[in-house]
Design a protein around this ligand. Structure first.
Ligand SMILES: N[C@@H](CCC[C@H](N)C(=O)O)C(=O)O
Length: 278
């Protein structure tokens, strides 16, 4: 199997191009290739596949073998891959995802090489049961959630995949490795959840650290950054456009008032090509 190692702000992926469909052993391959000691090492295995509705389809398998509906950092990697390798021309393309439909992507290039990618991430899903949570409300904002006797308050947002956004005093110092895994599997989230710990620096700048469903601690999460901005608007903490600072770097996120879509802009990087021998 030929692969390319890529990342979006250090959220890293094994990218496979050229298959016609997701292989039956994709879950086992994800677990094996993502292993950082016996494999390549990555947060997820990403397939770029043909699509009947868009230029390409992206499927992402987390490092634990579970499939995710969407991935913001991977979609920027996919866009760079197909553009830099000459599979699309021009500055725009469409990518179909499993859980968030077809997404429109704009490529920013220097000397023909993609540097940053702006993705129309679609409308956030806020209805409690659709995120999904077990809470039947139009929005789930600042709702209590208890773990081992400690009560946090969360806002639930789906960007195709579920997110639990929690405000803390200082996200950069917060012990997310302790609380993240407990919140990921909390019964309020029937399909588990990604967990974002957020602190606000100003109305247009936030810090966020993430514990990802199926992948654990990662350096960045694109959908998590989008969920952070949406939650921060719903909680009156930021304006509708803000920079989200993650361990691996910054993403610029806008929640457009006219079309209700969330737009994410950030870099992606190609690191090396390889051959999987196992
Ligand atoms: N890192 C991603 C999200 C990947 C999927 C996630 N772990 C899930 O299971 O929903 C991003 O950049 O959005």
């Amino acid at each position: 199997m030929q692969f390319t190692k890529m990342n979006g702000l250090g959220n890293d992926f094994v990218i496979v191009f050229g298959e016609q469909q997701l292989p039956a052993n994709a879950a086992e391959l994800a677990i094996a290739t993502c292993n950082r000691y016996f494999g390549i090492g990555a947060d997820g295995l990403v397939y770029i596949l043909p699509s009947t509705q868009a230029d390409f389809m992206m499927r992402i398998i987390n490092s634990d073998g579970s499939e995710a509906e969407q991935c913001g950092n991977a979609i920027r990697c996919v866009a760079k891959y197909v553009s830099d390798r000459g599979y699309v021309s021009g500055d725009e393309l469409t990518i179909e995802t499993l859980g968030a439909g077809v997404q429109r992507v704009q490529l920013n290039k220097v000397d023909g090489v993609v540097t940053t990618v702006r993705v129309d991430m679609g409308k956030p899903i806020l209805q409690g049961l659709q995120v999904p949570t077990t809470i039947d409300q139009e929005t789930v904002v600042n709702h209590p959630i208890e773990v081992e006797g400690v009560t946090f308050h969360f806002t639930a947002v789906s960007m195709g995949n579920p997110h639990c956004v929690i405000y803390v005093d200082d996200a950069t110092a917060f012990d997310f490795n302790t609380w993240g895994p407990k919140l990921e599997v909390h019964p309020l989230f029937p399909r588990k959840t990604n967990v974002e710990f957020v602190s606000i620096r100003s109305r247009d700048y936030t810090d966020m650290r993430v514990w990802e469903r199926g992948a654990g601690p990662t350096l960045a999460c694109g959908t998590g950054a989008c969920a952070t901005l949406v939650a921060s608007v719903l909680n009156g903490k930021t304006d509708r456009a803000a920079t989200v600072s993650l361990a691996g770097g910054e993403l610029f996120i806008e929640w457009n008032e006219e079309d209700g879509h969330v737009y994410m802009t950030g870099p992606s990087e190609m690191v090396y090509d390889g051959t999987w021998l196992k």
